[in-house]
Write a protein that binds this ligand. Structure first.
Ligand code: IPD
Length: 266
């Protein structure tokens, strides 16, 4: 097997394009909320499941020995070095409402760390990619993130989880931060938020409670665009907290979030 990041990215991109097409086509037909997960508003649609099944089936054909971790169906035990981390539809609430901000996110990990990733907006077709050491790209253009250096002038994206206790804590953090930045955006897809930060469409992004499939591809894309992607106090970005910011904004944002206990709470 070829574990070259470029070769793996090519597979990820081809699969993501077909998956995005399936998601969009299913949206044009009947949309059904079929189930809820952690809370009543944490929905899963038939499309989430169908798209993930399609991705898993294509991977089984193209990369039969690899492991796959997906949002809807989880992971089968495996000792493979290569693992695909898949969010079939990131931005499921937008999908449900027909808001054009949902994406397919596919990352490829080698020995536990991402080496390639793609995020594709299923409506607009905008596509962000990265390979470890190879830079981050959108539709053939290399990404370098925002050049803003003053947090007070920075546009910050964030998101909220589905559980009430977590959301209350997130709202308190937001209340503390909103007077320190230019403004806040909540677009509804963590993967697209990370790509927006990579592209400088927002200056920074942070969120508590992300799952691996929300973060894996977009996190690599942001890093390869030159952003620092971390947790608090030297911790890696993860479920407790993910901050993505250009170097000049990372320290001030990190310190505000630390003072607001952004990685604490339920
Ligand atoms: C959610 C979105 C949202 C973020 C949540 C995620 P889903 O993923 O990325 O922007 O705020 O934390 O759970 O449920 O749409 O796949």
């Amino acid at each position: 097997t070829n574990n070259d990041p470029g070769a793996l990215l090519e597979i990820a991109v081809a699969i993501a394009r077909r998956a995005a097409e399936t998601a969009r086509t299913m949206r044009d037909q009947a949309i059904e909320q079929v189930d809820t997960k952690s809370t009543k508003t944490d929905v899963v649609t038939e499309a989430d499941r169908a798209v993930e099944r399609q991705i898993v089936a294509e991977l089984a054909r193209l990369r039969p020995g690899d492991a796959v971790l997906g949002e809807e169906y989880g992971e089968a035990a495996s000792s493979a070095r290569v693992r695909w981390v898949v969010d079939p539809i990131d931005g499921t609430v937008n999908y449900l409402y027909g808001l054009p901000q949902y994406a397919v996110s596919i990352a490829v990990e080698l020995d536990g760390s991402p080496i390639a990733g793609v995020v594709r907006n299923a409506v607009t077709g905008a596509e962000w990619t990265a390979t470890r050491g190879g830079g981050a790209w959108r539709d053939g253009r290399r990404l370098t993130g925002s050049t803003e250096t003053d947090l007070a002038q920075a546009l910050a994206a964030t998101g909220f989880g589905y559980a009430a206790e977590r959301r209350a804590h997130q709202a308190a953090v937001l209340a503390g931060l909103i007077t320190r930045v230019r403004d806040i955006r909540r677009f509804g897809s963590a993967a697209l938020d990370l790509c927006a930060a990579a592209e400088g469409l927002v200056d920074v992004y942070y969120e508590q409670g992300l799952a691996p499939w929300d973060l894996a591809a977009g996190g690599l894309i942001a890093e390869e665009a030159g952003l620092l992607v971390t947790g608090l106090n030297g911790a890696p970005a993860g479920t407790r907290l993910a901050i993505a910011a250009p170097p000049a904004l990372h320290r001030p944002l990190h310190d505000h979030l630390a003072a607001l206990d952004a990685s604490g709470g339920p």
